[in-house]
Write a protein that binds this ligand. Structure first.
Ligand SMILES: Nc1ncnc2c1ncn2[C@@H]1O[C@H](COP(=O)(O)OP(=O)(O)OP(=O)(O)O)[C@@H](O)[C@H]1O
Ligand SMILES: [Mg+2]
Length: 320
């Protein structure tokens, strides 16, 4: 059975199309990341899949069930941590697990779960005294109480320091190694690239790109480029004296040319040298998922996902 099948999903808030005719599926044992700027529709999509919000159109099957109609049955089978996970303040992770197990009317071994989420060290600390990373680990622990095969993790690492994020990655990798299927959202594209088998980039309720990170970079990236530091005059000189396409980024003083074969790089460097103009800093680079994301959604995001810049960031880069 395909764990998640979504076709032509729609959700409106008044005239706002929060999810706009979106289709995708998540396969067994896969880590699938939903990416996109603030307000793209990620949480709305996830919460429809969890049976917490009603859809306005389209078909959704989660573990073969309609999440809105069969919510009770579905909730026994899935694990969830909501965006901005919070819990009763005066309760320890161990107590919380036992409390959750009672709600599900099942018996669990709290120590085993705490071990699985790498939270053995602070089992006796109250929730409000846990660090951000430990709180998230407790969220992950609770999502495991009913032994789900399918997990929904909405921004599991937002606001965590780099080490705490890596610890959560280890936990998620452990889930995957056990064959669980995971759908997660994140604003950290390196995280998506590290953890997920496939990603979907959402913007204004629509999926604008989907595939493995490599496929998306291949499809929407600009391939490998040679970059050197130099003047716009030099950029023009290289363009006039080679067959290469040459761009100039005035704000960084960087001349950039795509290299389709080894000879392109040699030709670019030979022309730079022949010009007798000043140049330095040879690098080659390939677009990251981050570069492609920024191009696709054309909004620059801060580390925490706030929109910093509504402009196409490539504007100052020009053909010479
Ligand atoms: N209950 C609601 N009532 C009205 N509008 C809503 C409601 N929930 C979400 N929206 C709107 O729907 C859009 C999508 O919101 P959603 O929370 O799904 O985005 P998101 O991709 O999860 O964003 P973020 O990265 O900030 O978490 C936003 O414009 C939001 O304001
Ligand atoms: Mg969200």
């Amino acid at each position: 059975m395909i764990p998640i099948e979504v076709s032509n999903l729609k959700k409106n808030y008044g005239s706002l199309k929060a999810v706009d005719d979106t289709s995708f599926q998540v396969n067994n044992g896969e880590v699938f990341a939903l990416l996109g700027p603030n307000g793209a529709g990620k949480t709305t999509t996830i919460e429809i899949l969890e049976g917490l919000r009603e859809r306005d159109g389209g078909d959704v099957k989660v573990l073969g069930l309609d999440p809105w109609k069969n919510g009770y049955e579905l909730h026994q089978k899935i694990g969830v941590i909501p965006q901005e996970f919070n819990f009763i303040e005066k309760i320890t992770p161990r107590e919380a697990i036992i409390y959750y197990a009672d709600l599900f009317n099942i018996k669990v071994n709290p120590d085993e779960i705490l071990k699985e989420v790498l939270l053995e060290e602070s089992t006796k600390t109250n929730f409000d005294n846990l660090s951000g990373g430990q709180k998230q680990k407790m969220g992950l622990a609770l999502s495991l109480v009913n032994s789900p095969e399918l997990l929904f993790l909405d921004e599991p690492t937002t606001g965590l320091d780099p080490n705490a994020r890596r610890a959560i990655w280890d936990v998620i990798r452990g889930f995957k190694a056990k064959g669980k299927t995971i759908i997660l959202t994140t604003h950290y594209l390196d995280e998506a690239q590290q953890l997920s088998d496939r990603v979907a980039i959402m913007d204004h309720g629509k999926i604008v790109a989907m595939g493995t990170s490599d496929e998306i970079i291949e499809q929407y990236g600009s391939g490998e480029r040679l970059e050197i530091r130099g003047s716009e005059e030099l950029a023009r000189y290289i363009k006039a004296n080679t067959e290469l396409h040459v761009d100039y980024d005035g704000s960084r003083g960087i001349i950039s040319m795509p290299i389709k074969q080894k000879n392109d790089a040699l030709a670019g460097l030979a022309a730079a040298e022949k010009s007798k103009m000043e140049w330095s800093d040879i690098t080659t680079r390939r677009d990251s998922l981050d570069d492609v994301f920024v191009r696709l959604v054309s909004r620059k995001l801060s580390e925490h996902g706030e929109i910093l810049d509504e402009h196409e960031p490539k504007e100052e880069i020009k053909d010479v």
